[in-house]
Design a protein. Structure first.
Length: 226
């Protein structure tokens, strides 16, 4: 692994357990602006900057230079970031191969009771569509945020992806490219806007995924019932 050591970054780094950093530090008071006009794209796909709780983060502009949240950018690009409170150093690690994407490994999603209750309630609003389904796996650096109902389906919102479950196949109105997932299931890539989507049939419904290009291949075996 090639290590990059950054010791002068001050803005945009949100760290837990760093409450005592300010004492004796070299902080300087400045006048800066939250820049809500910045749009982020990763490999051509629109992305939102969020913290570990799914809250939106906004870049800071200071003297014609825009500063980005280090943690959020590292998560989007697959770079490992760490913070040493004693030395006040931020360490970034990238793969020596030049592939800055995450390893693509899956981890099990452990929904808590409140999340399961909310997911079931979201599905219960739809007649003949009450059986609750939710992914059982996600990329290791992802995290579940919340569930939300749409006009004809349910959105399961993660930090780095959105999984829509609906009786409707949204790809029918767009030019699509059929692909085979590693387990032989047919899926479709299509682009209704700037963000590519991947959809596949799951029993009586269609699962539509919105995620960055580095995200591991979506597979129907990620399904699960609540």
């Amino acid at each position: 692994m090639k290590k990059v050591l950054l010791s002068t970054i001050v803005l945009g780094m949100t760290l837990s357990g760093a409450a005592g950093v300010y004492a004796g530090s070299k902080l300087e008071n400045i006048n800066s602006y939250l820049n809500h006009g910045i749009i982020f794209k990763v490999n051509g796909s629109d992305q939102s900057l969020t913290d570990s709780n799914g809250n939106r983060l906004v870049p800071i502009t200071y003297q014609n230079t825009t500063y980005l949240p280090v943690r959020a950018i590292s998560d989007m690009t697959g770079i490992n970031v760490g913070y040493d409170a004693a030395s006040q150093q931020i360490r970034l690690e990238t793969k020596q191969t030049g592939d800055s994407q995450p390893a693509g490994e899956w981890t099990t999603i452990n929904y808590n009771k409140a999340q399961i209750k909310a997911i079931k309630e979201a599905y219960a609003d739809f007649e003949s569509f009450e059986t609750a389904y939710a992914p059982k796996q996600m990329a290791k650096n992802d995290s579940y945020v919340k569930v939300g109902a749409t006009e004809d389906g349910v959105n399961l919102i993660f930090k780095h992806m959105i999984v829509n479950v609906s009786p409707r196949d949204y790809s029918t109105d767009y030019k699509s490219k059929e692909v085979k997932l590693s387990n032989g299931i047919s899926a479709k890539w299509y682009t209704p806007s700037k963000t590519p989507l991947l959809g596949f049939k799951l029993d009586d419904r269609t699962v539509t995924n919105q995620f960055p290009r580095w995200y591991p291949e979506q597979q129907p075996n990620r399904k699960g019932s609540c």
